[in-house]
Design a protein around this ligand. Sequence first.
Ligand SMILES: Nc1ncnc2c1ncn2[C@@H]1O[C@H](COP(=O)(O)OP(=O)(O)OP(=O)(O)O)[C@@H](O)[C@H]1O
Ligand code: NI
Length: 316
Amino acid sequence: MEKKTKEEYVHPLLEVKDLSVSFRMYDTGLEQYDLKVISNLNIDVKQGEIVAVAGSSGSGKSLLAHAVMGLLPENAATTGEMYYKGMPLIQKEKEQLRGKEIALVPQSVAYLDPSMRVGTQVLGEKPDQRKRKEQKEVFSRLHLEEHVERLYPFQLSGGMARRVLVSTALISGADLIIADEPTPGLDLEMAVEALTCFREMADEGKAVILITHDIDLAFHVADRVAVFYAGTTVEIAPSKDFREGPEALRHPYSKALWRALPQNGFVPIPGFQPYAKALPKGCLFAPRCPNRTEECEKPIPMQELRGGTVRCIHAT
Ligand SMILES: Nc1ncnc2c1ncn2[C@@H]1O[C@H](COP(=O)(O)OP(=O)(O)OP(=O)(O)O)[C@@H](O)[C@H]1O
Ligand code: NI
């Protein structure tokens, strides 16, 4: 079968629509309340594509990954819709697809099983020839020497453990890879190599969601970038707009995020991301926004604009 180009994949492999996640919390005594940490979050990814997710700490990036994988804790409740290959993705399916069709590179290296040798974790039980071959290739590309297979996680440095987690997802054979911060602890060359591996996976027809603080690297490897703020999507745009800068971007927060990059002047964004317990009405960015008006206190939908989508009524 001939390989398809990115443009020929019209339907998203994964589509997340209006996802909200709340946690049942316990106050002092028996008081309970629901803490809404993700609200109306949208994202989708097609085969052949890397969608990077950018946003500061606590903006909901890992929770999105856990929600898709079906790994949210017991006290979490979700609303909204999720589709995988056009079919509703429910908990039972998530459990069946996890590690097979959908692979996660977890944010914490603590996810490695401490009692299992690296080789067994990466290959799973009864690996076939293809997997063994791919494992050797990926290890060599990520500068993991052959003897690493026989080590236990505690014998790995942080950077090695990270590369082992990346390798596991790369050779899993999954159609969708969600990489939650795959590069911390890696030097630049290694980080670029890891991202190049994801790029090649996408070019082979897989779909990749790349959650990362290394947004400058992400702008260069991803096709699109989704910007999260306080648990919602504020903008989804082609990566080239992020390479071009504020003029090409749509949301005031995306523009501010761009200006806050070291190479763009390190301009700090005044104020703080709101705490989930005290979210403002309407636009979550309004308290920090130079363009805010009274209208911003109403619920703000995502709208299409110049080849991207944005959650801002003043965006042009
Ligand atoms: N089990 C939980 N119970 C209550 N609140 C939670 C729970 N897990 C996450 N949160 C809250 O949800 C919000 C989003 O968390 P999340 O881990 O998705 O952030 P993140 O964008 O991945 O941040 P980072 O860049 O630091 O990894 C945070 O405010 C966090 O405190
Ligand atoms: Ni996270």
